[in-house]
Write a protein that binds this ligand. Structure first.
Ligand code: CU
Length: 304
């Protein structure tokens, strides 16, 4: 008997020790969502923490009570518990076990709604944003910079402290664009342009991946988002323009074919490639997103 208790103690000790190392190791690269580097990721982390705390208010007492009640009120020989067949309801208990969840769902709903609506707007209003048009292909990511007129494949460079307006579509099966340290994912879909505002407030290389399975080469659909101070960002733009070849429709047709490739960059982009891709497959934009300039010409060009 003693032996058994000793063994159990050792086992509990080991469990506790491993739990502590896990908790103390903090937010390393294995917990990217818990280690945000920009305002969008931070907002979302706050929402995650709030949800964990509020649900714990219910889950922990309920699990504790479950164990306690099963043990305390189990039937046993010589059970002398009072027999109360007429007991049917208690106003006080009903108010408690309906009231607490209603309050929690109310609080969660309020903050989820508030955060959701806040995140469809740019994280900072006084800094002009940069637009990056993202196309998921089989099995690679194409990033076009309509303002800088360059493009990259399987990596994106962004300036720190600037809101990035990622406009997302797919010219392949639908995928999901996700850079965990910058913020939550958004779907890429053929014929639709979705929007995801992200911002990095510190320089660094942040891991990104498709979060929606798309076939054989899907595992290779990872990319890095590299955040640099603005002057280095514009220096990088100039070097891409000076040293790379242009992205033409012919090059794009090659990119579109299913393949796994590394990273590359292009010195220029065809002006209507991205919006033409969206329109060719249906042309739906999130409200307030469509670049006003070319709506009618796009409609015409996609109708034949
Ligand atoms: Cu859709």
């Amino acid at each position: 008997m003693r032996e058994k208790i000793k063994k159990r103690r050792i086992r509990l000790g080991l469990l506790g020790a491993s739990a502590i190392t896990l908790l103390l190791s903090g937010c390393g690269p294995q917990y990217m969502v818990l280690d945000p580097v920009g305002p969008v990721g931070k907002e979302e982390l706050h929402l995650i923490l709030l949800s964990v705390i509020l649900t714990a208010i219910v889950i922990i007492p309920v699990l504790g009570l479950l164990v306690f009640i099963v043990w305390r009120y189990r039937d046993k020989p010589g059970n002398r518990a009072p027999y109360l067949p007429k007991w049917s309801e208690s106003r006080v208990l009903e108010v408690v076990w309906w009231g607490i969840p209603i309050v929690i769902v109310g609080i969660l709903g309020y903050f989820t709604g508030k955060t959701t609506f806040a995140l469809v707007r740019p994280p900072e209003n006084n800094i002009p944003p940069i637009t990056v048009d993202v196309t998921s292909l089989d099995w690679k990511w194409l990033f076009q910079y309509p303002g800088q007129k360059i493009a990259t494949v399987n990596y994106a460079v962004i300036p720190t402290g600037v809101p990035i307006n990622f406009v997302l579509t797919s010219d392949a099966p639908m995928n999901s664009f996700w850079v965990p340290q910058l913020g939550g994912q958004e779907y890429t879909m053929p014929g639709m342009a979705m929007r995801l505002w992200l911002q990095a407030n510190q320089a660094g290389t942040f891991y990104g991946h498709g979060a929606n399975f798309t076939g054989r080469g899907f595992a290779h659909m990872n990319f890095n988002v590299i955040a640099k101070p603005a002057d280095q960002f514009y220096g990088w733009v100039r070097s891409v323009k000076a040293t790379s070849s242009p992205l033409t429709y012919a090059v794009y047709d090659q990119l579109k074919k299913p393949s796994v490739i590394g990273t590359t960059q292009y010195s220029s982009i065809p002006p209507n490639l991205f919006n033409g891709t969206v329109w060719a497959d249906g042309g739906r934009y999130m409200p307030g997103m469509l670049p006003a300039q070319s709506m009618s010409t796009m409609k015409q060009s996609s109708s034949h």
